[in-house]
Design a protein around this ligand. Structure first.
Ligand code: BG6
Length: 508
């Protein structure tokens, strides 16, 4: 067994079993969309290439598009070839292609759903999918109600023969009330165990490693608390703009796009107590306790920042501002940068602020969690000698350059006792020969296996909205939105927010 098959979140007694999905089909709504082409289809191919899909696997596309004979499979092939992580194999492709089907139609067209039901039956007979079908909703949230109700109306959510699952891509609502409504609607059709909410950050190796790092080692946990930790900074920075995604992004903004899900999940993993086991319910329980105890800042005017990028530079090229991007509404107030302080009121974390920030068109692409430690209580050195000594920090590099860095002070060689910060580094690339699977490979496989630990339950989703809703409501009152030039590290208000607490953002 190679290390890439090892799932640190599975029961250790399962470790020797290869994780291969049984016969089933994946029915993809939104198959012509960006996510499907760039991530989902390549991930399916990579899984097939790694031998983790059964011969009887089927991929069904359901969309309005009118593909002539064979052109759907060609589109899938092109997307798989362009996005695959593993080498191309015609043999693997041929096997996959045998199970590819396309059903044309509008989501509200009952005849099209009848055709889908027929296709599923045919696949059960011809491909041996055994009644096992996962519906993957990679579509705008406005289409969830029609698709979910059609699944119910056509009796596709249940089967006496096999399992039925539904996969929902974020955003899970746009505030607490809409998330509750979405959960109610989905829960009306699918049982709790059959709903898989995708937060693709949880599928990343480096994110799963947070739990391995914390709970497999003896030396970090004793200092993982407010006696030693000064604060935590969670950064998800992107150098790209919004590209062709204005339709989605402009009504959402940075906080709803990634803080509500990816960054609050990272925070929960960093802050949670040791779970009883790594099964889904134990993990969720611990994450929920953190989210339930997490509060937005009391003074949102002082401890949050939001801004929009204006024209600037990216990769040596001049780039336009957000308001000039194609499809953005005139005078849009959508924030492309968001930073908030979150306080977690537990015995372990009281008094330790968690600072979460994200932005498009920042200096570079980097996601990291920095646990910044308090200074030593006493420094027996001359003031000048420790001028260049910062606070100790443990930085988990989620991406790129995946790894962990420990920053501490060391003596500069020479005749004086000058002390300066140095880094001790673990890099995935240097320590392991296996390359990490893409998050979507892992998550799609887990859906097909019915393995739930990496999927947030609705309680986590709702608790996360409870943290964010008041911040967004507060931002709505602002008459103007702050700005930052593309290629910089965000607006001055974000620096001011840290300065008020006597701290600075790390420059990743
Ligand atoms: C998505 C957001 O969830 O994550 C995007 O909707 C963002 O706006 C993307 O670009 C980033 O993902 P990754 O895996 O490249 O960090």
């Amino acid at each position: 067994m190679t290390a890439e098959h090892v799932n640190p979140l599975r029961d250790p007694t399962d470790r020797r079993l290869p994780r291969i999905a049984g016969p089933c089909s994946l029915i993809l709504f939104g198959v012509t969309g960006d996510l499907a082409k760039k991530k989902l289809i390549p991930a399916v191919y990579d899984l097939a290439n790694r031998g983790l899909l059964p011969p009887g696997f089927a991929l069904v596309g359901f969309a309005r598009a009118d593909f002539k004979d064979g052109t759907f499979a060609q589109m899938i092939k092109k997307a798989a070839k362009e996005g695959a992580r593993t080498p191309w194999s015609e043999t693997v492709w041929k096997q996959l292609a045998a199970g590819i089907r396309f059903v044309p139609g509008e989501f509200d067209d009952d005849d099209a759903w009848d055709r889908l039901a027929d296709t599923m039956k045919e696949l059960d007979d011809q491909q041996g999918t055994g009644g096992n079908h996962a519906f993957y909703l990679s579509i705008p949230p406005s289409l969830f109600p029609v698709v979910v109700s059609q699944i119910k109306k056509h009796g596709l959510a249940e089967s006496s023969k096999g399992w039925r699952r539904v996969v929902i891509e974020k955003p899970f609502g746009h505030d607490l009330a809409s998330a509750v409504e979405l959960n109610r609607m989905v829960g009306d059709v699918f049982s709790r165990e059959s709903v898989f909410r995708i937060d693709h950050y949880l599928g990343k190796e480096t994110v799963q490693n947070i739990l391995a790092f914390r709970f497999a080692n003896g030396m970090f946990e004793p200092i993982w608390n407010n006696h030693y930790v000064d604060h935590v900074q969670i950064t998800m920075a992107e150098d790209i703009g919004i590209g062709s995604r204005a339709g989605y992004y402009d009504s959402i903004g940075a906080a709803r796009d990634v803080i509500q899900n990816h960054l609050l999940q990272l925070m929960a993993l960093i802050a949670m107590e040791e779970p009883v086991s790594f099964n889904a319910s134990s993990l969720r329980l611990e994450k929920q306790k953190i989210l339930a105890n997490a509060r937005p800042p009391a003074r949102m005017d002082l401890h949050t920042a939001q801004a929009q990028y204006v024209a600037g530079w990216a990769g040596g090229e001049k780039v336009r501002g957000y308001l000039e991007e194609e499809g953005v509404h005139e005078g849009s107030r959508a924030e492309t940068y968001a930073a908030i302080r979150v306080d977690v009121s537990t015995r372990r974390w009281a008094g330790v602020p968690f600072y979460l920030r994200t932005g498009k068109r920042l200096g570079r692409r980097v996601t990291e969690v920095a646990v910044v430690f308090k200074r030593a209580p006493h420094q027996p050195f001359n003031k000048n000698d420790v001028e260049e000594l910062g606070q100790n920090a443990l930085v988990m590099r989620i991406q790129p350059d995946e790894g962990v860095t420990l920053r501490f002070g060391a003596k500069v060689p020479g005749t004086t006792m000058e002390i300066r910060d140095v880094n001790m580094d673990f890099a995935y690339g240097g320590a392991f020969v296996e390359s990490s699977p893409e998050a979507y490979e892992r998550l799609i496989l887990d859906v097909l296996l019915g393995d739930p630990p990496l999927f947030p339950q609705h309680e986590e989703v709702e608790l996360s909205w409870k943290i964010l809703d008041p911040v967004i409501a507060h931002w709505k009152q602002d008459k103007e939105i702050d700005t930052y030039p593309a290629g910089t590290w965000g607006p001055p208000s974000a620096d001011a927010m840290m300065a008020r607490d006597g701290r600075t953002w790390r420059r990743p």
